[in-house]
Design a protein around this ligand. Structure first.
Ligand SMILES: NC(=O)c1ccc[n+]([C@@H]2O[C@H](COP(=O)([O-])OP(=O)(O)OC[C@H]3O[C@@H](n4cnc5c(N)ncnc54)[C@H](O)[C@@H]3O)[C@@H](O)[C@H]2O)c1
Length: 250
């Protein structure tokens, strides 16, 4: 089978861990040239060297940093076809527990970063077309009373995604923009969320006592599809990858 991202140049943020790492690995396997970015330089460089990608240390909340990442990517690969806005943080808290500081931190890291990333990528992609994939969450769609700030930040991403998709289409930029909504993915972010005595690393999707655990690779496959030309008619969608968690909650 031919490589599904052959000849594509991609940026993947938050690529030193969890889903970002899985996405970067899969993209390279599928023929893309990948610029991995993260705050975590140690793991980022190690993984990039292992898989044959490039690494750029980036704080996704820094506007000028975005300029530098896009410039470095275009310089290295000659273009930018794909942006995966994956970096994010999780802070727990219901409306009474969540401090204003935590609210602002979630909004800045999770939502502002995607806004900045879209702006920086579109400035290049509008001349050549491209695909932007934004990592949202099931928390953007279903009530998560103990993650109010996180859910709001991820809902902002979903709304931004629809706006970008419509705007780029109206302007005939040939840029697609879609959001991905995972739930219960076994990554360092969620490791602490399992009942005592359960090692999430030993779970398979069948053995999970909550019946919903999935692997970073399950999400990476969905991102691959949206990033590739196979999804050329898919624009402005919310792809749920949640083992049916959303339909169980309504
Ligand atoms: N794990 C889940 O169940 C789940 C479910 C839904 C959505 N998500 C989302 O998926 C994305 C990836 O999460 P994960 O589970 O792989 O988590 P993770 O913690 O394993 O990886 C997140 C990565 O983002 C990086 N990062 C954080 N802040 C950054 C910043 N300011 N600048 C640059 N990099 C930064 C971290 O260093 C880390 O490498 C996040 O946006 C998360 O909200 C995760």
């Amino acid at each position: 089978m031919s490589k599904r991202l052959f000849g594509k140049a991609a940026i993947v943020t938050g690529a030193a861990s969890g889903m970002g790492e899985a996405i970067a690995r899969l993209f390279v396997q599928q023929g893309a040239q990948v610029m991995m970015t993260d705050l975590n330089e140690t793991d980022g460089v190690r993984i990039a060297q292992e898989i044959g990608a490039m690494f750029f240390r980036q704080d996704v909340t820094d506007e000028q940093g975005w300029q530098a990442v896009v410039e470095a990517t275009v310089q290295a690969f000659g273009k930018l076809d794909i942006l995966v806005n994956n970096a994010g943080i999780l802070l727990k808290g219901d409306i009474e527990q969540t401090s204003y500081e935590d609210w602002k931190r979630l909004m800045t890291v999770n939502a502002d970063s995607v806004f900045l990333g879209c702006k920086a990528a579109i400035a290049v992609m509008k001349k050549q077309g491209g695909s932007i994939v934004n990592m949202s969450s099931i928390a953007a769609l279903a009530a998560k009373e103990d993650y109010v700030g996180y859910g709001a930040s991820k809902a902002a991403i979903a709304a931004l995604t629809r706006g970008v998709a419509a705007d780029c289409r109206l302007k005939r930029y040939r840029i697609r923009c879609n959001s991905v909504h995972p739930d219960g993915v076994l990554t360092p972010m969620t490791r602490g969320g399992y009942p005592e005595g359960i090692d999430p690393e030993l779970l398979t999707i069948d053995k999970d006592p909550m019946n919903r655990a999935c692997r970073p690779e399950d999400v990476a496959n969905g991102v691959l599809y949206l990033a590739s030309d196979e999804a050329r008619a898919v624009n402005g969608i919310e792809l749920r990858i949640d083992s049916g968690q959303f339909v169980m909650s309504i």
